[in-house]
Design a protein around this ligand. Structure first.
Ligand code: PGA
Length: 264
């Protein structure tokens, strides 16, 4: 069985002291949080990748928040897939809604990022999700399908391992979060669509939910049938909240085991 995946997106928040404190808290691998039962990925700002990679206990991985669409060259300010891999990243986010909104990242750039990620052995976490207008006008399914197609139709590299995070834009950084049944429905659509592309046909696919995840709702998402993990923003920089989110994997596993126990 594959471990649930909990991804922390630290965006451009925090500082070295707060990062160390979150990692220290997670490293207390005790009865409430067994790191062998959950894969935790931390995506800090670029400059911290190297320093954090030497401090991570087993079960915690590093991810980049973005990689350049270029492999290398005269692109001042850019950071390549190869560079983040060398600094210890194992994953990279691709197409987070804030990159789409503030940096105009679109399908063709994102397809190039996907190709570079796979070439440099980074596990891609592609983020998709509808905005408030699309949600209100019942166009979420189309929006998600369109975003997926724009990346997966254009990329020509074979992808063996793929993580897709469904993050409704209206739920990110707000106090709103999507209903777990609704999330299940959208993840089902994503799952079906991903399998239609030749480059991802044999990929090992992990599906995440993200958008105002906190300790109070993490277990509800994790118990939805097709949710394999969570992408967490704000709450991942709060030492206790993030630990509790990771612990909810254990609660969920216990609930599942109880449900699966045959009645004598
Ligand atoms: P949030 O952010 O958990 O603060 O809503 C999620 C994200 O941006 O990935």
């Amino acid at each position: 069985m594959v471990n649930p995946l909990i991804v922390a997106n630290w965006k451009m928040y925090g500082d070295l002291a707060s990062y160390k404190s979150v990692i220290r808290e997670l490293a207390q691998n005790d009865v409430n949080l067994k790191l062998e039962n959950v894969d935790v990925v931390i995506c800090p700002p670029f400059p911290y990748l190297g320093i954090l990679s030497s401090r991570l206990p087993g079960g915690i991985w590093l991810g980049a928040q973005y990689i350049s669409t270029h492999a290398g060259g005269a692109y001042t300010g850019e950071v390549s897939a190869q560079m983040v891999r060398e600094l210890g990243a194992r994953y990279t986010l691709i197409g987070h809604s804030e990159r789409r909104e503030h940096f105009q990242e679109r399908g063709s750039n994102l397809a190039e990022q996907l190709a570079l990620a796979t070439e440099h052995d980074l596990i891609p976490i592609i983020c998709v999700g509808e905005n408030k207008n699309e949600y209100d006008s019942h166009r979420s399914h189309n929006a998600v399908r369109r975003q997926l197609a724009a990346i997966l139709e254009r990329c020509h590299s074979r992808v063996d391992r793929l993580v897709i995070a469904y993050e409704p834009v209206w739920a990110i950084g707000s106090d709103k979060h999507a209903d777990p049944d609704y999330v299940t429905q959208i993840l089902q659509i994503i799952d079906e669509q991903v399998k239609t592309y030749p480059i991802t046909q044999n990929a090992c696919l992990t599906l995440l939910y993200g958008g105002s995840v906190g300790p109070e709702n993490a277990a509800a998402y994790l118990s939805a049938p097709n949710v394999d993990g969570l992408l967490v923003g704000r709450a991942s920089l709060n030492t206790h909240s993030f630990r509790r989110i990771c612990e909810s994997v254990l609660t969920n596993t216990q609930t599942l085991q109880q449900t699966e126990t045959p009645v004598a």
